[in-house]
Design a protein around this ligand. Structure first.
Ligand SMILES: Cc1cc2nc3c(=O)[nH]c(=O)nc-3n(C[C@H](O)[C@H](O)[C@H](O)COP(=O)(O)OP(=O)(O)OC[C@H]3O[C@@H](n4cnc5c(N)ncnc54)[C@H](O)[C@@H]3O)c2cc1C
Length: 415
């Protein structure tokens, strides 16, 4: 039977079967110049129709893989189809690192950056903040290079695929570092109430996992440069063995825990690169709130705990440092991200998503661009002070809307 192309989660069946797989940049340019309507498909890990189009999809998976470390060892240039996991090994071998990674290493760098994908850490910006340069094939087929000397770069990085095809990115890198990962269980609600800011700052990267079913946070995942002192952690106890974020699930696909030191790329993601999930039985949503509202936002979700828990696999709370990228959900605000891994049932999940959006609206929550949300377009526009500048930039790179699907056209409006 003929199978239609879907995203990783299978909740989106793409509206086209036309997929271009160019092998060179010149072929990318020719394809773009000749197309009427086109969107780039990264590794397909988004949960909404952002990548969708009724025209053609363009995959960069066939481009030659590129990992060029700069001679001063402060940057790396990668191709627009490369996945983080394939960047990590050559970087680590060269004694270098990126500042952070998402929970999964299998996502493409370009796709992650364009939706402001993030890991955790009070001092860590999202993954897009590492971008020092972009090479973009515009709607007319021209290859344009943007660097930090160009005012447009801060607008183009979190670009939602609306500016063109990102054929290469230059990322900041730093000397490689080791981390130790610790998992603690049953963090009491009183600790969250009294010491949330302190808890979130106790590691290079800290994640709190909860199913909202009890009065506690189920697990605290700490990724630290140094050893943890012996004893409990704000009332939570050290896990007696490896854990999966969803309690009771087998942990063999998770990165090493128990405080064993290891390279950054084997500790920052929660899941191992060797484990390749080809598809997922889940949906995801995530909202970013200013960190000063973190506790109030957690309490607002807690007030909906029964509705949330009924359609939830697990929630993760992470922090992201403020940045200046125009469409970054972390634009000019240190953030707490409230993430929800839902069961794979769109119909059951959407009403709960709408309730959460209402509950988080008083905190000016900004949704993750690559996940499930129902925020009205007007609210999205007004959530970003530089939105009008972004719309102008998108119209400049793509005057006739070649890279816009109906949703993006409605969001960006007329020039
Ligand atoms: C299991 C799982 C775990 C995840 N974990 C995290 C996490 O820890 N943190 C987090 O923040 N997010 C997370 N996400 C969300 C994910 O990082 C984003 O959805 C991201 O956009 C996926 O990248 P992709 O390459 O798969 O993009 P796709 O879904 O393929 O595309 C997303 C957007 O990027 C555009 N795009 C892709 N490549 C290019 C290019 N070369 N040029 C121009 N535009 C391009 C597409 O057109 C589209 O608009 C997770 C998703 C899954 C499925």
């Amino acid at each position: 039977m003929h199978e239609r192309l879907t995203n990783w989660a299978g909740n989106i069946v793409f509206s086209t079967e036309q997929v271009h797989r160019p092998k060179t940049i010149a072929e990318v340019q020719e394809t773009v110049a000749a197309a009427d309507s086109l969107r780039v498909l990264g590794s397909g890990h988004s949960f909404n129709r952002l990548a969708d189009t009724g025209g053609a999809l363009l995959s960069l998976a066939g481009l030659p893989r590129t990992v060029d470390i700069g001679s001063d060892r402060t940057s790396v240039r990668v191709d627009g189809g490369l996945r983080y996991g394939d960047l990590a090994t050559p970087l680590a071998t060269a004694g270098l690192a990126v500042h952070n990674m998402a929970s999964l290493p299998h996502i493409s760098v370009a796709g992650a950056v364009t939706t402001a994908t993030h890991g955790s850490g009070v001092r860590n910006g999202n993954l897009a903040t590492a971008v020092a340069g972009l090479e973009i094939v515009r709607a007319d087929g021209e290859l344009v290079t943007l660097t930090r000397d160009d005012a447009d770069l801060a607008g183009a990085v979190v670009g939602l695929g609306a500016l063109g095809v990102v054929t290469a990115l230059t990322l900041d890198v730093q000397p490689a570092f080791e981390l130790r990962q610790y998992v603690y269980e049953n963090l009491p609600a009183a600790a969250v109430r009294d010491a949330l800011a302190e808890i979130l700052a106790e590691g290079y990267s800290v994640s709190l996992f909860t199913r909202w079913t009890g009065a506690t946070i189920d697990q605290v995942w700490l990724k630290r440069r140094d050893e943890m002192p012996v004893g409990d952690f704000h009332g939570a106890t050290l896990a007696g063995g490896p854990r999966h974020p969803v309690p009771g699930m087998p942990a063999e696909n998770c990165t090493e825990q128990g405080g064993v030191p290891g390279p950054w790329h084997a500790r920052l993601p929660h899941f191992r690169m060797e484990f390749t999930p080809s598809s997922g039985e889940e949906l995801q949503s995530e909202w970013h709130v200013p960190r000063e509202h973190a506790l109030a936002a957690i309490e607002a979700v807690g007030a909906l705990r029964e509705r949330v828990a009924a359609v939830l696999q697990v929630s993760e709370l992470r922090t992201i440092a403020a940045d200046e990228l125009w469409l970054s959900p972390n634009h000019q605000r240190d953030s707490l991200a409230l993430h929800f891994t839902w069961i794979a049932d769109t119909e059951a999940v959407l009403p709960v998503v709408a309730d959460l959006e209402q509950a988080l609206a008083p905190f000016a929550a900004r949704p993750h661009w690559g996940k499930v949300f129902t925020t009205p377009l007007g609210d999205l526009r007004s959530a970003y002070p530089r939105f009008a500048d972004f719309a102008e930039l998108a119209h400049r790179f793509d005057p006739n809307g070649k890279f816009r699907n109906p949703w993006l056209s409605a969001l960006l409006g007329k020039a």
